[in-house]
Write a new protein. Structure first.
Length: 309
């Protein structure tokens, strides 16, 4: 009933209005951009004293966060545009949150311009990181932009979406945020980045679990489509569990709380998993999507606070 009400309200949104753009940007997904940067920055902040050149730069940290935010919005615009162009975003069969191009909230030409603008803005935000991290930051930024496009246009249709989330929402942002501060990376940071990527992948897994039937008909071979309903649910549970187990690395580096506190997240993750496999089908799975986004934020807070304390 609530979902139908939201659809009716969606029909009243003025085309290319500020509200339309805010919905297209998908603010709830920004947690996936903030959490890895926060974890990488917290690790760098606590380790800075161990390095001769290790003075923590808040400007560099802010630039990493800004770049991550803009890239997330850019990825959302790209996903919205190309899913509509490919015909994989049918408003009549869609189970997830409404999309701007499909609903007509944003015109196709306006979305093209927004993608170009967001991509340029990401470059502008990331370019100063060359000063802090060296010329390799230019290459990292270029790779992020290229795969931002490849994800929606090709790779997500071949079951590689989960791998890309782990890499670009875990390994890359955590490790690079740390690297621009201290010009190095440790095993603790790498394993923390892998754990972060697994946690954030839960958001994609819920999406793909909900949309598995539509994706199968559209020829989109996500990992959940390949594995099936039951194994897809197990995979969702396994990502959160594995992330917390990887957190044992924190105990060996004096960050015991960063290992203990995320078990709060794990309990919530388990609860969401039980709800996921209980509902199984339909729009009600969007409640699991919201809970997973909340759980990601809680995980990020637990690890960040645990590292800093």
């Amino acid at each position: 009933m609530l979902f139908q009400q939201k659809r009716m309200e969606g029909n009243n949104i003025r085309r290319n209005s500020l509200k339309a753009w805010l919905l297209a940007a998908r603010p709830k997904t920004l947690a996936g951009a903030a959490v890895p940067v926060a974890i990488g920055a917290a690790l760098a902040f606590t380790d800075a004293a161990d390095y001769a050149e290790g003075t923590f730069s808040w400007i560099a940290a802010a630039l990493c966060l800004l770049f991550a935010f803009i890239m997330q919005v850019d990825a959302n615009f790209i996903n919205d545009f190309f899913d509509y162009i490919k015909g994989n975003d049918d408003a009549s069969t869609r189970l997830g949150p409404l999309r701007a191009c499909t609903q007509g909230w944003i015109s196709i030409d306006a979305m093209k311009r927004a993608i170009a603008l967001a991509t340029c803005a990401a470059c502008a935000a990331g370019l100063p990181l060359v000063y802090y991290g060296g010329l390799e930051m230019f290459l990292i930024g270029l790779v992020c932009i290229v795969f931002c496009f490849l994800y929606t246009t090709h790779l997500s249709y071949r079951g590689l979406g989960d791998l890309l989330v782990i890499v670009f929402f875990g390994i890359v942002p955590v490790c690079i945020t740390y690297y621009v501060q201290l010009h190095t990376c440790t095993w603790e940071v790498f394993l923390a980045s892998l754990a972060c990527g697994l946690v954030i992948d839960g958001l994609l897994l819920v999406n793909n679990y909900r949309d598995r039937d539509n994706d199968r008909e559209a020829g989109k071979e996500t990992l959940v489509v390949k594995l099936g309903e039951k194994q897809g649910g197990y995979l969702y549970l396994a990502t959160g569990t594995a992330a917390c187990l990887l957190g044992t690395v924190f105990c060996f580096h004096g960050h015991t709380l960063a290992f203990v506190l995320p078990f709060i997240y794990l309990l919530l993750h388990l609860y969401t998993y039980l709800k996921l496999v209980s509902i199984k089908h339909g729009k009600e799975l969007n409640t699991c999507l919201d809970e997973t986004a909340r759980n990601i934020c809680i995980y990020g807070l637990c690890v960040t606070i645990g590292v800093l304390l």
